[in-house]
Write a protein that binds this ligand. Structure first.
Ligand code: SAM
Ligand code: SF4
Ligand code: SF4
Length: 336
């Protein structure tokens, strides 16, 4: 069964945040002034168990979902995450399971466990190769070498075409675009530059900090001849280019929104569903699950929710139509 929303968009892609905790404090996501020792993260019994995630994923799959991405917070902080992947892998029609991670916990053993459990694809976030910038941006005790080691372990475990996500902020790390691109040239890893997004409220987003698609292409084309590539599939979020060293992508939700193809739903660690990264309206699915409602009731709730979906926040921001600045959910909570 395929369900569609108000703009005929199917539900194809579910992003599951498996924890709201993180071992980094990236300034654009979990600034350390707010996520400090006083901050109350969810307690164990407040977050969805593996059984609950699996039950819901089976229902999502019966509604047309093909892809699941595990994210967070930092997904590798969730104990035995490879066991969850093993079960998700067994669900009929789920053909692709991926994970977005900051990479520093990708030890040799963890990378092997993830590969053996059936994880199809990995995205590793890395904003700079410069140690000082890295400490500043990530607010962590780690270094770029720790991330590179994680990527290396993943390659050795058999992961191919690993995506490297770099959030580009003007005057913070835009000078790192070329070094990062060159670092991964010829490695099979694909760097994707992400425009700094107005997700959440705590990162004090300003348009002046955005290094746009145009700026990124301008920077790369000063050094390389670039050519646009076709999308791999219609709902792909990154625009793709080839350059002399391979391929790169840009995720330009600020300057070039892509709501028209958005088939994504987000499930938070505490069991709330968001039908858009930028909405403040959530649906409490944990409550339904824990009231021991039948799968049929949960399924009908999801059908009703998706068929009423009319989100197109980024397009509205660009056009100015229907656009209001609202209090939004934070990225580390909703899952990137
Ligand atoms: N902790 C993992 C990581 O960093 O890869 C997974 C969760 S993180 C929220 C998912 C992705 O969102 C990361 O690639 C991160 O760089 C990106 N992200 C977080 N805040 C962002 C923002 N304000 N604008 C653009 N991308 C952002
Ligand atoms: Fe943690 Fe990822 Fe957010 Fe950085 S972007 S603080 S690594 S969840
Ligand atoms: Fe999807 Fe919302 Fe982003 Fe548009 S703004 S692409 S609807 S998540």
């Amino acid at each position: 069964m395929n369900i569609t929303d108000k703009f005929s968009r199917k539900l194809r892609d579910v992003r599951i945040s498996v924890t709201d905790r993180c071992n980094f404090r990236c300034a654009y996501c979990m600034p350390k002034e707010i996520y400090n020792s006083e901050y109350q993260f969810f307690k164990k019994n407040e977050i969805l168990s593996f059984e609950e995630i699996i039950r819901l994923s089976k229902i999502f799959s019966s509604l047309g979902t093909k892809k699941i991405r595990l994210t967070g917070g930092e997904p590798l902080l969730r104990k035995n995450i490879h066991v969850l992947i093993k079960y998700l892998k067994e669900i009929k029609n789920i053909s692709d399971i991926s994970m977005t991670t900051n990479g520093v916990l990708l030890s040799e053993k963890k990378a092997m466990l993830l590969k053996e459990s059936g994880l199809n694809r990995l995205t590793v976030s890395l904003d700079t190769l410069n140690s000082e910038n890295f400490s500043e941006i990530s607010g962590s005790k780690y270094s770029p070498e720790n991330v590179l080691e994680g990527i290396n372990n993943a390659i050795n475990a058999g992961f191919e075409n690993i995506k490297i996500n770099m959030v580009v902020k003007k005057n913070v790390n835009h000078k790192d675009i070329i070094p990062l691109l060159e670092k991964f040239s010829g490695t099979g890893c694909i760097v994707r530059f992400i425009e700094f997004m107005d997700v959440g409220n705590v990162n004090l987003w300003s348009k002046n900090d955005v290094f746009s698609l145009e700026d990124i292409l301008g920077t790369i084309s000063k050094k390389y001849h670039i050519m646009p590539l076709e999308k791999n599939y219609s709902s792909e979020v990154a625009k793709r280019w080839s350059y002399n060293g391979g391929e790169f992508g840009v995720i330009s939700s600020i300057s070039n929104p892509f709501c028209g193809d958005c088939s994504r739903l987000r499930l938070t660690a505490e069991g709330k569903i968001f039908t858009c990264l930028f909405t403040n309206k959530s649906h409490d699915i944990k409550n339904l699950l824990r009231r021991s409602e039948s799968n049929e009731i949960v399924k009908n709730y999801l059908i009703d929710m998706w068929s009423n979906r009319a989100d197109k926040y980024s397009e509205d921001r660009v056009s100015g139509n229907n656009y209001k600045v609202i209090k939004k959910a934070e990225m580390s909570y909703i899952g990137g």
